[in-house]
Design a protein around this ligand. Structure first.
Ligand SMILES: [Zn+2]
Length: 389
């Protein structure tokens, strides 16, 4: 008969295994050099991991001057492993598999370079075609011309949608990990406002039991690094989660992007951080849970939570034992700081103070205390259990 903690171990192991596709593959091969997919300065219309309803944006949207017909080049050595043609989705897309464990995918193309076009046997404009090639058929070098940019498939205007995948697991990776040095960005992300989520029956924020938003009012600060202090003081008691509406920017365009790195500190200790480095395809729907989808539906604004909802597996979220929820259990000021950073290291910080203030009928009991008593139980009982065997 298995003891209760053995079952816990088994369940824990199962969870670990079932989330295994969340871990990017380790690419042990020699690193190779990556270059631009276009022959002009890159500006982005969208970045990796931006929240969208029911999915994260899976790549970089490289601007093509609002026109079709720009030359597209392979970003690294490798071989063309696949061509797909579709009226929907990626439209015309070309896949290049690289020797370091990554595959790059170029989407919404007008057409492919001639040698690949010759492989296609189109019979009509609504064809859905897919061709897979062995490594020796179409080897490419970094900078080889592979396609012409376009506006095919599900695309709202001419651009290049560029994805990077772990070849083995097909986990989506942020192409910035390979292309950051060729994309100029000296502007820090900015937060617009935060949302407080008093936990049902367990918390209160500024006297309210339902979620509330509070603007930072920081204005337009297009600089590399800045700190913003919120003057107003808030009150809370019990368990409260937080979420942030924030965007990243670059100096080159008016566009805004998702924030690569977000951290929430309480009195200098991290309770949450997210690093949007990779998205397992199986976790795409969790965007509606990490982000406040209900709020998005009404306002078209994404608040990304700094706490983990039950059942969330997204490997890019990291929380403390309280799952990122803050427990205000002492009558004193709590100093909260949001740290936002982009891939280039441009950083902004937002400080605000929440005063713990006792509230009728809300019992403030940090989970940490429960954990500590559990640990104590384990320390006392574990040797006794093992001695029985
Ligand atoms: Zn895109």
């Amino acid at each position: 008969m298995l003891r209760f903690d053995s079952w816990l171990l088994i369940i824990g192991f199962w969870l670990l295994v079932s989330c295994g596709d969340g871990e990017p593959a380790t690419n042990s091969q020699e690193p190779i050099v990556y270059a631009s997919p276009v022959d002009y300065d890159i500006t982005l219309a969208g970045n990796f991991g931006e929240p969208r309803p029911f999915h994260f944006h899976g790549g970089l949207d490289v601007k093509t001057g609002n026109v079709e017909g720009k030359d597209i080049f392979s970003i690294a050595d490798g071989y063309v492993s696949r061509l797909t043609v579709n009226m929907y989705g990626f439209g015309n897309a070309i896949y290049v598999t690289h020797p370091d464990g990554f595959t790059s995918v170029y989407c919404h193309l007008k057409r492919f370079a001639e040698q690949y076009e010759n492989e296609l046997h189109r019979t009509g404009p609504k064809d859905t075609l897919s061709y897979v090639f062995p490594p020796e058929k179409f080897p490419v070098k970094s900078g080889d011309h592979i396609a012409i940019s376009g506006n095919t498939g599900h695309s709202t205007g001419p651009h290049l949608h560029l994805e990077l995948h772990d070849t083995e697991t097909w986990v989506l990776r942020d192409p910035m990990i390979k292309l950051a040095n060729i994309i100029a960005d000296t502007v820090a992300p900015q937060a617009h406002s935060f949302m407080a989520y008093p936990m049902n029956g367990e918390g209160v924020f500024n006297g309210g039991f339902s979620k509330q938003t509070f603007g930072f009012g920081a204005g337009d600060t297009k600089v590399q690094r800045f700190t913003f202090n919120v003057q107003r003081e808030f009150t809370a008691w019990g368990r409260v989660g937080f979420a942030l509406w924030a965007d990243d920017y670059s100096e080159a365009t008016y566009n805004h992007y998702g924030v690569r790195y977000t951290q929430l500190l309480v009195d200098g200790c991290e309770v949450f951080h997210s690093d949007v480095d990779s998205i397992p395809v199986s976790c795409q729907l969790e965007v509606n849970n990490w982000g406040d989808y209900e709020h998005w539906r009404r306002t078209r604004i994404w608040y990304m939570k700094s706490f983990r909802e039950p059942g969330m597996r997204l490997p890019i979220l990291h929380t403390n034992f309280e799952q990122g929820v803050v427990c205000f259990s002492e009558e004193r000021p709590y100093h909260l700081t949001y740290v936002l950073r982009d891939y280039q290291g441009n950083e902004s910080r937002y400080h605000f103070t929440v005063r713990g203030e006792r509230f009728p009928n809300i019992e403030a009991r940090p989970r940490r205390q429960l954990l500590d008593s559990y640990r104590l139980y384990r320390q006392v009982t574990w040797p006794l259990h093992t001695m029985k065997h």
